[in-house]
Design a protein around this ligand. Structure first.
Ligand code: SF4
Length: 431
């Protein structure tokens, strides 16, 4: 594997433009959702799992309203609400938890996998869910598998819920002793995108490809020294490190957002399996042309637009790279909640030098900068968007990008269009 080779298609003069970028650190008030939010896309993806949040009424409201699911629809998530007696240490929380788990399983006898999801309240009272999962695994004798992870909002942002979930699954993945090279794609992708990528990998000649998370937990992929990790999402540092600890090697690549990001992501995988350049061109040329055409239709709306990212989803750096390089936007500031150089380095190399990257948040200071700069578009969390809109600034909810299929060649045009929408709405309102 060769890091620099993954970027060989990028014009030489810009190849390492932002490689040495050092983010400015901010520390203060933040406005982000917590990791429980990731249950929304995780439960859609992992179709045989149930997510039981051990938390407060606030946690239950968050999940219920964020998921927008009517209670009659029997969603595969619920909240075991900690009462005052639990919080005061007057009740045995483990007994209560066992009772709620038994209720869930009685109502859903077909369930085979259940996640116990920690929250701020369960962390504050130090409820040991790892221990509880082990105890329940023993009690149910393998009929139901129990996993645990934390979705707490203490010092975390909402995409870390997925990182926490997947990193816990790594402990349950079997050892791969086949000796056969295998590609493991990490990060939740909508099924339609997963199918497109699988076809492309197979056309390239990479036959052994698995995804984490997959649609079912029944057959967790095996991991070993021959496993090559390809991250599909830029917020999975903890999971990547856990898999590297199991012997896997990381394929360094930008993320599959936009035509260029997707091309370089696939190229990195192809190079790690010694696929020839000719074969790579042959497989990718048609979808690449379609993606470039779709982007050309949107580019005219985004060209020259001044864009600011506030820290929220951790997708900020790859999205900014896409908007700047493929849509011609000007980047005023990229705020990101966390900056993990190990998994973001190939992205930095594609940013213009001197791009302002800010890690963490001091909300009021950042809002002052946004108000002063008056960007054409601010990509931010839900809670900040409405006040900014009321002040006449156009915004894009960053969480919307988590619920939309945006990765891959076929979605490149749609991704650009998502950023065009607020601008188009603004023009219409002006008329
Ligand atoms: S986990 Fe924490 S931040 Fe999230 S809803 Fe529950 S109490 Fe609020």
């Amino acid at each position: 594997m060769n890091d620099s080779a993954t970027l060989s298609n990028i014009p030489l003069e810009t190849r390492s433009a932002g490689a040495d970028l050092r983010p400015i650190q901010e520390n203060g008030e933040r406005a982000v959702f917590c990791g429980l939010t990731s249950i929304i896309w995780l439960h859609r993806k992992i179709q045989d799992a149930f997510f039981l949040v051990v938390g407060s009424r606030t946690c239950a409201h968050l999940i219920q309203s964020a998921a927008g699911v009517m209670i009659f629809a029997e969603p595969r998530f619920a909240t075991a609400i900690l009462q005052e007696r639990d919080l005061a240490g007057l009740a045995d929380c483990h007994e209560e938890l066992d009772r709620v788990v038994a209720q869930v399983l009685q109502r859903r006898p077909q369930l085979r996998n259940l996640f116990l999801v920690g929250s701020c309240p369960s962390e504050v009272i130090k409820l040991d869910l790892e221990n509880a999962a082990q105890r329940l695994n023993h009690q149910y004798g393998g009929r139901v598998r129990f996993f645990d992870y934390s979705g707490s909002g203490i010092e975390t942002t909402f995409t870390q819920g997925e990182d926490s979930c997947l990193s816990r699954l790594v402990n349950h993945m079997p050892e791969d002793s086949s000796g056969e090279a295998k590609l493991l794609v990490i990060g939740t992708l909508p099924d339609i995108v997963e199918d497109q990528f699988l076809r492309l990998f197979n056309d390239l000649g990479i036959e052994s490809v698995e995804f984490l998370p997959a649609r079912s937990l029944d057959s967790l992929p095996a991991v070993g020294k021959q496993t090559r990790l390809l991250l599909a999402q830029p917020y999975l540092g903890q999971t990547a490190r856990a898999l590297i600890g199991r012997g896997a090697s990381l394929v360094k690549a930008p993320y599959p957002l936009g035509a260029e990001g997707t091309l370089e992501w696939l190229r990195a995988a192809a190079r790690s399996f010694s696929i020839s350049d000719d074969k790579f061109e042959q497989v990718t040329s048609a979808p690449l042309a379609r993606a470039r055409h779709a982007l050309s239709l949107q580019r005219k709306r985004l060209e020259g637009k001044r864009i600011c990212f506030m820290p929220d989803s951790q997708l900020e750096i790859p999205l900014a790279r896409f908007l700047q390089r493929e849509c011609g936007a000007e980047l005023l500031e990229i705020g990101t909640p966390y900056f993990d150089r190990q998994i973001l380095q190939p992205e930095l190399s594609m940013l213009p030098p001197h791009t302002r990257v800010v890690e963490g948040q001091q909300l009021n200071d950042q809002l002052d900068r946004v108000r002063e700069a008056k960007p054409d578009l601010t990509v931010c969390g839900l809670g900040i968007a409405n006040p900014l809109e009321a002040e006449g600034l156009r915004t894009k909810w960053s969480i919307e990008l988590m619920f939309s299929p945006i990765q891959g060649f076929e979605q490149a045009g749609d991704l650009a269009e998502l950023f065009c929408r607020p601008l188009v709405r603004n023009e219409r309102l002006a008329v």
